[in-house]
Design a protein around this ligand. Structure first.
Ligand code: NAP
Ligand code: PAF
Length: 294
């Protein structure tokens, strides 16, 4: 398969390396154009793989059958829309990021638009990508043309397992969103690893209660206790992690709060609902972002 990966950070390099190892024709797409990108991935057993791949080649982009987008949520719609005129009409565009709300920023596309979430964990340090835990990637259609590209999940599953296809990907994305609504702002505010959040039960429950109400209004019915149980499970299974939002705040970068609690607040607003707990967390993270000292 001919693939372009837009955004060659932690997740992007993980996929670039996996596509390359499985002999797909893959290139990276960098913010500052270069003819090659260097990929260095250290797997869970400490084995380092380093190689060079083509990058920012316009002909390869025009030939691509898949544009895999591994940017931060707030970068997605602007950057993809810049590349759209150069893509084939049947090039599948797969958005893989935390949060929801980027799809709504696109005009109607002729290309199949897919949404994805992943529980793989990787981070970047001194130019190297550390793949710390394998996970599950869920993908599914974000528009009508994407409903007929379900075979893509089998290809991706061979490349970087596990990958599963969901006809109703938005429903499973909301569950991942609920996890991020709890773990990300709380860990960034209390400056703690995910596991330490088990001391903040009241706040976790209050966030979860509000998200469940919005999910119901959006037509995604989930039992509050089941969702809470799942969130607590993720807190335990990722107990040693420094969440992506805490990493962003520590590095004085824009976080993805607008697409996490911010998205829930926008949907709540559309239904005439107020979410005081999520609003407070949103305000605190925004305040942190606006007061970075360099
Ligand atoms: P990341 O390491 O920051 O990677 C993002 C990459 O995008 C960076 O290399 C950045 O390059 C590049 N970029 C920024 N603007 C660009 C542009 N205009 N054109 C091309 N490239 C551009 O982030 P990540 O950890 O891979 O995360 C990507 C998304 O996946 C996020 O939504 C994250 O929450 C989600 N996610 C990540 C993981 C994980 O384990 N890492 C797991 C699940 C979900 P510069 O540094 O040069 O700006
Ligand atoms: O954003 C993150 O850090 C991750 O999605 C999660 C699941 C909260 C674990 O750290």
């Amino acid at each position: 398969m001919k693939v372009t990966v837009l955004g060659c950070g932690a997740l992007g390099q993980l996929w670039l390396s996996a596509f390359f190892r499985h002999k797909h024709s893959v290139q990276g797409w960098l913010r500052v154009p270069k003819p090659f990108c260097t990929i260095t991935v250290i797997n869970q057993h400490g084995v380092e793989n380093s190689f060079q791949l083509p990058a920012n080649n316009r002909q390869r982009l025009a030939d691509s059958e898949l544009l895999l987008v591994t940017l931060k949520a707030w970068q997605v719609s602007k950057e993809v829309q810049e590349l759209l005129p150069q893509l084939r009409s049947d090039c599948a565009i797969l958005l893989m990021h935390n949060g929801l709300g980027t799809k709504e920023e696109f005009p109607e596309l002729v290309q199949p638009l897919l949404l994805g979430t992943t529980t793989h964990a990787a981070y970047s340090e001194e130019g190297k990508i550390y793949h710390i835990s394998a996970g599950i990637t869920s993908i599914g259609p974000g528009n009508v043309p994407a409903k007929s590209v379900d075979q893509l999940s089998a290809v991706l599953h061979q490349v970087l397992p596990k990958v599963t296809w969901h006809n109703n990907i938005v429903a499973s994305s909301w569950i991942k969103l609920a996890v991020n609504c709890v773990i990300n702002p709380l860990s960034a505010i209390y400056e703690c690893r995910n596991g330490e959040l088990e001391y903040y039960t009241d706040e976790i429950e209050a966030i979860c209660r509000e998200v469940v109400i919005v999910m119901h209004y959006e037509g995604y019915y989930i039992n509050y206790h089941l969702l809470l149980f799942y969130i607590c499970q993720v807190i335990r299974s990722t107990s040693g992690n420094i969440s992506s939002m805490l990493q962003d705040i520590r590095a004085k970068r824009l976080s993805e709060i607008d697409y996490i609690n911010g998205y829930v607040l926008r949907r709540a607003n559309a239904h005439g609902l107020r979410l005081p707990v999520n609003q407070r967390l949103f305000n605190i993270i925004k305040h942190k972002e606006q007061n970075y000292k360099y």
